[in-house]
Write a protein that binds this ligand. Sequence first.
Ligand SMILES: Cc1cc2nc3c(=O)[nH]c(=O)nc-3n(C[C@H](O)[C@H](O)[C@H](O)COP(=O)(O)O)c2cc1C
Ligand code: SF4
Length: 448
Amino acid sequence: MTTLNGFPQPAQWQGKALPNILSRLFQVENGHTLEVAKRHGAYATIGAQLFDKSQFELIELVKDSGLRGRGGAGFPTGMKWSFVPRGTGKPVYLVINADEGEPGTFKDRLCMARDPHLLLEGMIITGFALGVRTAYIYVRGEMLPQITALNNAIREAYAAGLLGENIAGSNYSLDIYVHRGAGAYICGEETGLINSLEGFKGQPRLKPPFPAVSGAFAAPTVVNNVETIMAVPYILANGAKGYRQFGTDKSPGSKLFSVSGDVHKPGVYEVPLGMSYMEFFELAGGLKGELLGCIPGGSSAPVLNADETRKATMDYESLASLKSMLGSGAVTPFNTTTDIPKYLQTIARFYAHESCGQCTPCREGTGYVDRVLDKLVDGHGKDGDIELIKDLADSYEWTTICAFAPGAAWPVQSFIAKFRSHFQAYIDKNPAKAAPRELVAQRPGAFW
Ligand SMILES: Cc1cc2nc3c(=O)[nH]c(=O)nc-3n(C[C@H](O)[C@H](O)[C@H](O)COP(=O)(O)O)c2cc1C
Ligand code: SF4
């Protein structure tokens, strides 16, 4: 049995057991079924271990564990839960963000296909801690195997008394619905997701108010990533200390990293936070060719050059010190054969296509960068184009409703700062590079 990536993760690495908090059932045949999952310990926490605790104790436990959101921003999970106001008379909703649109990220889809019951168990615990009666899993529409696996698991859980009224004989009741999105990157942004869940256009809302105070249907709402919630059963079963046996002091626990690009064994690996990127590449079969750089946490994360990559460790603090981020945990190393301007062109085209269009700097700026990069890569780059691209990215970095725009600016700014000579080389090949700049024509077939 292989994982979706085709390369099963070894149980041990350099003499030490690798954590399997999240990936325990990834390689177990029929691990997605209730029968097999239960044989491996699923729902063991759904009984006295959960229902004897108060909501306050559960939130404190998750705070003490140091668990941080795995959707991209790395916000402390227990703290987010503590923001939910009590006694407002409104329901509290839990929404699982299973949109997973960040280029290079493919971990949540593996979790949902291989171990949907771990997600449901995490949702029951979270739901009880927050007083949730109704919860949603917002899944990218094209993830059909995952949607089927989730719906089957939910059906099995209802039949076994693990969902619905009086879960496992307790006073707690929870209903879970799978909601299919239509497949837009911006619907992964939590307020865009909530708009889409409510049946509106998937366009982000201004914050504040934050969803914890006023989210879905104007009620307090906690939005958490799939992987974040799948870590919760382990924390309840093993305590904050048990979770902290992995990772570093400030970045405790394990994380799923999806690695693609120039490694021999691309795929999803669960490793303790704090592992060095170079060691991680070895785990992923080793690098192909000579390292030129690495995108350390999804396409929005500022790129690292080779020296920075050699220094970096896979935790929030190391990447912040290098002015990048762990993001969604999508790791993409690339070697010296990479055509950097073409690489950035692909990323820029994605952001131009996915901008929801509400904010002028984002809508116009991402499209403009895309067109100038197209022109440069087509051999028509002019003196001043590099500065133009950088100025455009600077102009939309912090001037918009949501974090899409800074996430679109950071790859542009960092690729230019670290690999400028690669862009200049394209310009230098154009004999008319010093001629006055013409208007950058709209690319045929452009989306705006
Ligand atoms: C443009 C954009 C896309 C996002 N896409 C996702 C996504 O696909 N999945 C996800 O969990 N979080 C995504 N996020 C982050 C969410 O807004 C939110 O922070 C996250 O779901 C919170 O869960 P966490 O605290 O468990 O990480 C995205 C953010 C932005 C700005
Ligand atoms: S920053 Fe971009 S994606 Fe976000 S709301 Fe504005 S236009 Fe939409």
